[in-house]
Design a protein around this ligand. Structure first.
Ligand code: PLP
Length: 405
């Protein structure tokens, strides 16, 4: 049998013909990686500043992940949730110890973690179904998750949705306090909004959310799917804010590149569910949990977290200096290794230029460059990135007709 054509043009053509168009793919063909480096089909090297959308926290080919994957591959890499397997419990135990929360539910993705926590909340607050979340928030694409996602273009084509969602602007305490009423079941917040443009919530807002939830007996759930697991320089982004949530959702980085989601619950939700009320065939897959255990072991090391925080602080200062020199930069927002650089122009053409210069970066909304690099990124990558970004932003402006191509 002849081998399939794996040239970039053949790969792209096969995808376009056979795969539903839910993504407008960038013509980039990464084929291998090492640390924070990616290599394309022609062997060209890139610094990865996106990490598969905040998934590859330990970069590529991390020796601990490769060893764990190799070992688990010869074992039972699926057994279902009907039986016991050591991998889930070990990861759950570590998550409970690291968070101070009580129990864990495993699933396969971020959206599923959102679904699960909303179902737990329904059991805890019978008769209530109102969920207060934020404008421009993102909690996933399934029906319940998209119903509480505050970006109208993601919701409106699919209406009618799961009822009860109410959206308030990020960091608007009076609006939040007004929206939270005795029929509120959940307040759902990303401590740093990712898709919405990298918008950190203030400690005051998080504290007001905790107080509002307590006032009416609602649950405070933090979506740390994108901002959690060391990305901010703390294991959980809410650490140090002075609040304790009733639940935290995780996904992305927790599976070390395999599909894994988790809901960490505190005492309010630890005993509400009975066998048969929720479930998943694949959730908590043994290999994904084993990789999760390795990821968590590495990223929860105080020295590792301190390194992320230190690099992030240096980058914050450097970005502010760049902003002072570069009128095209309107704002820089973020913490640790999660950054949004808001421009005065669409970000997509710049992402293309950055790719040509050897950097993989993302966008958030129209004008924000979004950076979510592997947490093992060396400082030199960010030094080079800042130099190239400045060059691109101060180059002779491209004619508008060019930009819109
Ligand atoms: C904050 C947040 N919540 C939920 C999700 C949904 O996760 P998934 O794509 O794994 O369903 C994402 C994905 O980008 C996210 O960033």
């Amino acid at each position: 049998m002849s081998q399939p054509d794996l040239s970039p043009s053949a790969v792209a053509a096969r995808d376009e013909k056979n795969i539903l168009g839910t993504y407008a793919r960038t013509p980039f063909h990464p084929r291998s990686g090492s640390g924070a480096r990616l290599f394309d089909a022609d062997g060209k090297a890139y610094w990865d500043l996106l990490a598969g959308i905040a998934v590859n926290a330990l970069g590529y080919n991390h020796p601990r992940l490769v060893a764990a994957l190799t070992e688990e591959a010869s074992g039972l890499y699926h057994i279902s949730n009907l039986f016991y397997h050591p991998a889930q419990g070990l990861l759950a135990e570590k998550l409970v110890a690291a968070s101070g929360l009580t129990k864990v539910f495993f699933c396969n993705s971020g959206a599923e973690a959102t679904e699960a926590v909303l179902k737990l909340a329904r059991l805890k607050t019978p008769g209530r179904f109102k969920v207060v979340s934020l404008e421009e928030s993102f909690h996933g694409r399934t029906f319940a998750a998209v119903s509480i996602t505050g970006h109208a273009p993601y919701r409106t084509p699919f209406e009618p949705l799961v009822p009860g969602a109410e959206f308030v602007p990020a960091n608007d305490i009076p609006a939040l306090e007004k929206a939270v009423t005795p029929d509120t079941s959940v307040i759902m917040l990303e401590p740093i909004q990712g898709e919405g443009g990298v918008i950190p919530l203030t400690d005051e807002f998080l504290k007001a959310a905790r107080a509002a939830a307590d006032r009416v007996g609602a649950l405070l759930v933090l979506d740390e799917i994108q901002c959690g697991l060391g990305r901010t320089g703390k294991l959980f982004a809410y650490e140090g804010t002075g609040i304790v949530p009733d639940a935290v959702t995780l996904a992305k980085a927790i599976g070390g590149g395999l599909p894994l989601g988790a809901v960490l619950v505190g005492p309010a939700l630890a005993d509400v569910i009975k066998p048969g009320q929720h479930g998943t065939t694949f959730g908590g897959n043994p290999v994904a949990c084993r990789l999760g255990y390795e990821v968590l072991s590495v990223v929860s090391e105080p020295r590792f977290l301190a390194g992320v925080a230190e690099l992030g602080e240096w980058f914050r200062k450097s970005l502010l200096e760049l902003k002072a020199r570069c009128p095209a930069i309107q704002d820089v927002r973020g913490r640790g290794l999660m950054w949004g650089i808001e421009l005065d122009r669409p970000a997509k053409p710049l992402i293309r230029d950055l790719m040509e210069r050897g950097f993989v970066a993302g966008t958030a909304r129209e004008k924000v460059i979004r950076l979510l690099p592997p947490l093992v990124l060396p400082k030199e990558a960010l030094v080079e990135f800042l130099t190239v970004l400045e060059e691109l932003l101060t180059a002779v402006p491209v004619a508008p007709a060019e930009v819109s191509k």
